[in-house]
Design a protein around this ligand. Structure first.
Ligand code: SF4
Length: 215
């Protein structure tokens, strides 16, 4: 088994986050000219050939689709673990996935059961009060302090705010104050331009579909 990650990006998303870097999945001006519709068998054949150690299913919002057949086929035909990144607003069977990254969105807030069962949380920090608001909401949803779940809670500066000292200072302050499970995150794939350098990647869409915000 290799040690790489294989990403499957599902198309379509019922949420429209202003910071979205996958606007090609929902913004009318950035929908690709051609969408390669693939069967489960075809996706799994590509995964088998790539021989990764993990498969990450992301979107759009992957859990608006029934992923059970795809996850089962990946587990049957490969040694890779199955990860998913979701906003957590939709019901899914937790056992379908080995790892669940829940990145909450205000337009479709996560279900309490999904907050409890996810492997880690990822908060996109686009405003100074984002962290406090989300920690408060998540705690209220599950009826106890979300920090006591002791699962990683990543704090990612929203990409257009990555040089904003107010945002970065807030993340640093929260991590220094609380320690684990809070973790300062960064969208490193953007820094390294891994999508732009990949011939097979879809054409990049600007944040929120707005060219003024950059990629
Ligand atoms: S950030 Fe995620 S949930 Fe939000 S619009 Fe983009 S793909 Fe959908």
């Amino acid at each position: 088994m290799g040690r790489s990650a294989f990403f499957v990006r599902t198309f379509g998303c019922p949420v429209k986050c202003p910071w979205c870097d996958s606007a090609g999945t929902w913004h009318k001006d950035w929908v690709p000219d051609h969408i390669n519709r693939m069967t489960t068998e075809a996706i799994v054949a590509e995964i088998v050939e790539a021989d990764p150690s993990m498969v990450v299913i992301t979107g759009g919002e992957p859990t608006v689709h029934d992923l059970s057949d795809l996850a089962r086929a990946i587990r049957n035909d490969t040694a890779a673990t199955v990860h998913v990144e979701t906003c957590g607003a939709f019901e899914y069977t937790r056992d379908t996935f080995d790892w669940v990254t829940l990145s909450p969105k205000w337009d479709r807030v996560p279900l309490a059961a999904n907050i409890r069962s996810c492997s880690e949380l990822k908060i996109i920090v686009d405003q100074e009060d984002s962290i406090d608001r989300w920690l408060s909401f998540l705690s209220l949803s599950i009826g106890s302090d979300v920090l006591e779940l002791e699962k990683p809670i990543w704090l990612h500066p929203e990409w257009s705010q990555r040089n904003n000292p107010l945002i970065l200072n807030k993340i640093a302050e929260m991590v220094k104050t609380h320690g684990g499970p809070l973790r300062a995150g960064w969208q490193l794939h953007k820094l390294y331009k891994v999508d732009a350098l990949d011939d097979r990647a879809a054409k990049q869409a600007p944040l929120g579909g707005n060219p003024a915000l950059g990629l």
